[in-house]
Design a protein around this ligand. Structure first.
Ligand code: PFF
Length: 454
């Protein structure tokens, strides 16, 4: 039986503000600071940015509202929440599969996210010890290859990153997750603004802004459009239950619509600010904005290696990336941890230990993808590429379609109307249209495209 007054056994956020910070922490991650700028670079800049923002508004916000709403109503781990809500709405018990798939996706994503999170730690050290100074493109590439080419280094940083993640998760909602985000999120904003301020001194700030904001559709294609949609989804952490579990800790009476808008705005703002910090630095050093995934780990070190105070600001840049990755990581494992507590009667510390260990083990596959196992390919992909493809291109969209259909078609209008409790009827009707029709159709197109590419 569902009672909206009940509180999750795992705890509750102290306030709406903490929820906004925690969910923004989950959303703001490598996707904003690493992926968004390089995708923008590849897809021609401003046109991509424009479509991305439209996708966040029309798809991301209604989907986020749906996930928070489902989470807060169920007040349990995504698997048990979906089971309980399916029962409440006389729907098939198979809907809990969405919970299972999301929980698994979280662990799979964290397993590789942790390896990349480990790179940020390695690069903090590189930057702080002056490895970037005077570096040219070839040197940066060699540095990166040497770094990822060492299994020992990869496993070492991956292990450290997993330990700091699981330590926070093991401490629980209020003394772990909440405390971490209340320190780390303001730190992240300060770091980001500092770097934007630094970009302003390069003399290429206006060029960076023009690249991001002057509409130019010459490099924009159908694929760019679908990439923008997929990125909006990944960036807001939708489709896999992390927002659902964070939603389950939201106090009753918190406005879901305005909170979701705030989180989406903050997430997009960080992505845009990251672009504003990175592109002027890229242009100032006549580097290529469309360098792709290596933009952060190969291009940026070259840039900082040639700039005044580059050692300091380069280090700050990688600290920023670490903080962003860390706050997302704690959200990625939360569904699995709470599942172990609810379904296997573990304490939070035991659950954190076991899920952390399993994810760490899985992460070894990614750590070795860049060295020992570079030639081990499944469907033509390395272990890392396969995981990324499976999660971002298949599991997240499928979870998203399921959540949209469940919230729009299976939950009664009375329930969603009462849970969302919006100020205007028009707002609720708009949400219904977006969640019933636009979201499932748009995300299905992204999914079909992804499978086609495959
Ligand atoms: N939103 C994160 C990012 O932009 O890096 C990635 C992510 C985190 C996806 C948590 C999904 C998730 F559940």
């Amino acid at each position: 039986m569902i009672s909206n007054d009940q509180q999750s056994i795992h705890g509750q956020w102290s306030s709406r503000w903490t929820f906004i910070m925690a969910a923004t922490g989950a959303a703001v991650g490598l996707g904003n600071i690493w992926k968004f700028p390089y995708l923008t670079g590849i897809h021609g800049g401003s046109a991509f940015v424009l479509v991305y923002i439209l996708c966040v508004a029309a798809l991301g916000i209604p989907m986020m509202m749906a996930e928070v709403m489902i989470g807060r109503r169920g007040r349990q781990t995504p698997i048990n929440t979906m089971r309980a809500l399916a029962q409440e709405n006389n729907a098939s018990q198979s809907w809990q599969l969405i919970g299972w798939s999301g929980t698994l996706a979280g662990m799979l994503i964290l397993s590789y996210y942790s390896v990349i999170g480990g790179w940020t730690i390695g690069y903090i050290i590189h930057s702080a010890t002056g490895s970037f100074s005077g570096l040219n493109g070839e040197g940066a590439s060699a540095l990166f290859q040497e770094f990822v080419g060492s299994p020992l280094i990869q496993v070492g940083w991956h292990t450290l990153f997993m330990i700091i993640t699981m330590y926070i998760v093991g401490r629980g909602v209020q003394s772990g997750l909440e405390k971490a985000v209340t320190y780390l999120m303001p730190a992240l904003f300060v770091l980001l603004l500092t770097l934007v301020g630094y970009a302003m001194t390069t003399g290429y700030f206006m060029k960076g802004l023009a690249f991001l904001f002057t509409p130019d559709f010459s490099h924009f294609s159908g694929t760019s459009m679908l990439t923008a949609m997929g990125q909006a989804f990944f960036s807001l952490s939708l489709g896999m239950g992390t927002i659902m579990i964070y939603g389950s800790y939201v106090p009753k009476g918190t406005s879901i619509a305005s909170t979701s808008v705030a989180i989406a705005l903050a997430d997009s703002m960080v992505a845009l600010l990251a672009g504003m910090a990175i592109f002027p630095i890229v242009f100032a050093n006549t580097l290529e904005p469309g360098a792709g995934p290596s933009l952060i780990f190969e291009t940026i070190p070259v840039a900082f290696g040639h700039m005044a105070a580059g050692m300091l600001f380069g280090t700050l840049f990688f600290v920023l990336l670490l903080v962003a990755a860390w706050t997302s990581s704690i959200s990625l494992i939360e569904p699995a941890v709470t599942m172990m507590i609810e379904n296997f009667n573990m304490t939070r510390k035991q659950a954190a230990l076991w899920t952390g260990l399993a994810t760490w083990l899985l992460g070894l596959g990614t750590a070795f993808s860049f060295n020992l196992w570079t030639n081990v390919k499944v469907f033509g992909m390395t272990f890392f590429d396969l995981l990324d493809f499976l999660t971002s291109n298949l599991m997240l969209p499928i979870g998203g379609i399921g959540i949209a259909i469940f919230a729009g078609w299976l939950m009664t209008k009375d329930t969603s109307h009462a849970e969302l409790n919006m100020n205007t009827e028009a707002g609720y009707s708009l949400w219904q249209i977006l969640i019933r029709f636009i979201a499932p159709i748009a995300v299905s197109i992204v999914l079909i495209h992804a499978i086609g590419v495959f």
